[in-house]
Write a protein that binds this ligand. Structure first.
Ligand SMILES: *[C@@H]1O[C@H](CO)[C@@H](O)[C@H](O)[C@H]1NC(C)=O
Length: 173
């Protein structure tokens, strides 16, 4: 192998490991967007959030009509109200970048919606996450399967990048 192709492989591997942030559609098929959940399922957003692994720079996409997205503090989340949200959007189509590790508290800004369950806590992992664990698939199994495939494709690409880097590094020494 020429040194040019080695360099190419290195760059390729680095590119693969970079730019693996994911865009999540909030609620996916469980809720069809950001809205008041059905009365029988008021925890649906937190259930959705718990079965995903979010990392820094992933994006949450909120799709909604006549509603709003507020990022608030923990006590405001509990009270379902905020006079000065940390973030506010009501344009129906909101992309929010999870720009730090830790907890993000989202509520609807529309009166009464948060109380009925339109609220969600998102936990963003600090470190590189290990491959996704098996998830229970009680609702919408097809969609879940697709998402899992997407996630594991990304993970596989990352490992492939690492393996290539390792092999290249090994032969260069
Ligand atoms: C997130 O994105 C910002 C801006 O593009 C970048 O500076 C930062 O390194 C990224 N952080 C991670 C953990 O990828």
């Amino acid at each position: 192998m020429s040194s040019n192709s080695l360099i190419f492989l290195c760059i390729f591997a680095l590119l693969l490991m970079h730019g693996t942030s994911t865009e999540f559609e909030v609620g996916e098929t469980l809720t069809k967007g950001w809205g008041v959940p059905p009365a029988k399922d008021p925890q649906v957003y937190n259930q959705w959030a718990q079965k995903n692994r979010f990392k820094v720079n992933d994006t949450l996409h909120f799709k909604y009509k006549k509603d709003s997205v507020m990022l608030v503090t923990d006590p405001e989340y509990d009270k379902c109200r905020s006079t000065q949200p940390l973030y506010f959007a009501n344009n129906g189509d909101t992309s929010f970048v999870l720009d730090r590790p830790g907890l993000f508290y989202f509520i609807s800004g529309v009166s009464g919606h948060c109380e009925r369950g339109q609220k969600m806590i998102v936990k963003v992992l600090d470190i590189e996450s290990p491959p996704a664990q098996s998830q229970d698939q009680t609702a919408a199994p097809d969609q879940d399967a697709n998402d899992k495939n997407d996630a594991s494709t990304t993970t596989h690409l990352k490992y492939l990048g690492l393996v290539i880097l390792f092999i290249v590094g090994f032969f260069m020494i």
